[in-house]
Design a protein around this ligand. Structure first.
Ligand SMILES: *Cc1c(COP(=O)(O)O)cnc(C)c1O
Length: 387
């Protein structure tokens, strides 16, 4: 009999270095392999299944919507799309939302909005987007251009022109670049996720926001990974006391179904008009119904629980043997280990805990509702693996 692994290796494009695990089912933060082995899920599908696998509320909403109306296209109005946009605006003070299907698409929309706004205000020569070195904004050719990591670029030249990168947390470099390029946007992740779970300094983010405001440059915050409760606030920018012009998000928003959202502030809410942008699937009613169950549970009590779980993980790992540093916020955590991150993750897997890596770190993105006793078990395994 052919295994799932063998079929996949023969027929699925080889773009992923998969772990040697076939997953078949799960519940909450527990996943089950095809060999019957159970794993604690400390990655939640790269920060996507915010409330774990087959969460009751999410499952009920998604199943009911699928049975009622699974797709309409954007030629018609549907309730889940309208209500999700309303909920996102009420939680953030943003004014309008464009829905797509992924993080990269959410960023594409953000960049299009910023470029159109700036071209109309400052002329066609105003198109350059400043992003940060070591950033990650997606895999489409334009979001690859935005991504400040050369190794993603090498094989795909020429990329979309009009992007430049400055060193993260270097205020002077940012000021110099703004003066040099007449930027159409400044774009950043408050915590660089794929870049190794690196939080930006308050000084840097606040300076970027100040420059953006003074010079009327749209500030795009990429909350694809940090958003939707992941860092202990609804969006990570809320830790920094700033007001972005455009927020992109995806991953955890849908709780497991593909959705991207680009949130537009008052300043840019009407930049896109009919025909300027679109997506066949965007705002899909099943995805939006699921996302609504995620967003509607993000209240202060829930976010305080995320923070408490985060404090537990940080306190357990901060001076554990074999751990050099712990970075991140909320339940977005990077662990710099003495051993290679790859070896630690392999040892964890052997012992029934699935973790991620980001650059040279072990990365944890568990479900936000992971039960405390499950988290305790996982942390014990991770600690042992770091030794
Ligand atoms: C994952 C990620 C993206 C890309 O999202 P996709 O859904 O894979 O397109 C963009 N930005 C950040 C910060 C991410 O973490």
């Amino acid at each position: 009999m052919e295994t799932i692994t063998a079929i996949d290796k023969q027929y699925v494009a080889g773009t992923y270095g998969r772990f040697p695990v076939e997953l078949v089912s799960g519940k909450g933060s527990i996943l089950q392999g095809s060999d019957g082995k159970e794993y604690i899920d400390m990655g939640s599908g790269i920060g996507v299944t915010s409330f774990g696998i087959a969460d009751d509320m999410w499952l009920a909403a998604v199943s009911a919507q699928a049975a009622k109306l699974q797709h309409t296209s954007n030629l018609y109005f549907t309730e889940p799309c309208a209500n999700l946009a309303k909920a996102l605006c009420e939680k953030t003070g943003m004014k309008k939302v464009f829905f797509s299907n992924s993080g990269a698409e959410a960023n594409e929309c953000a960049i299009k909005v910023a470029r159109k706004y700036s071209a109309e205000k400052k002329g066609a020569g105003c198109f350059t987007v400043i992003t940060l070195e070591n950033s990650f904004h997606g895999r489409t050719l334009t979001t690859l251009s935005a991504t400040g990591q050369d190794h993603y670029h090498e094989l795909f030249q020429p990329l979309t022109p009009g992007f430049t990168h400055v060193k993260a947390n270097d205020v002077q470099a940012l000021e110099k670049m703004v003066a040099a390029v007449n930027p159409a946007a400044i774009m950043l992740e408050c915590i660089q996720g794929e870049g190794g779970v690196v939080p930006l300094t308050e000084e840097f983010v606040q300076t970027a926001a100040k420059i953006a405001k003074e010079q009327d440059i749209p500030l795009i915050i990429d909350e694809v990974q940090t958003g939707n409760g992941r860092t202990g606030k609804f969006y990570a920018y809320m830790h920094y006391g700033i007001e972005p012009d455009i927020v992109s998000t995806a991953k955890g928003l849908g709780g497991g179904l593909p959705i991207g959202a680009t949130l537009l502030s008052e300043k840019v809410q009407n930049v896109l008009g009919p025909g300027d942008h679109g997506s066949t699937y965007g705002g899909n009613p099943v995805c939006c119904a699921g996302a609504l169950t995620v967003v509607s549970r993000m209240d202060d009590v829930f976010l305080a629980e995320v923070k408490a779980k985060s404090d537990f993980v940080f306190s357990q790992l901060a001076d554990a043997e074999g751990v050099e540093a712990v970075t991140g916020m909320g339940l977005m955590i990077g662990i710099k280990t003495v051993k290679s991150a790859k070896d630690v993750v392999a040892a964890c897997m052997e012992n029934g805990v699935l973790c991620l890596t980001a650059k040279d770190k072990v990365r944890l993105l568990p479900a936000l509702n992971i039960p405390m006793e499950v988290l305790e078990k996982a942390v014990a395994v991770i600690k042992a693996a770091c030794k």
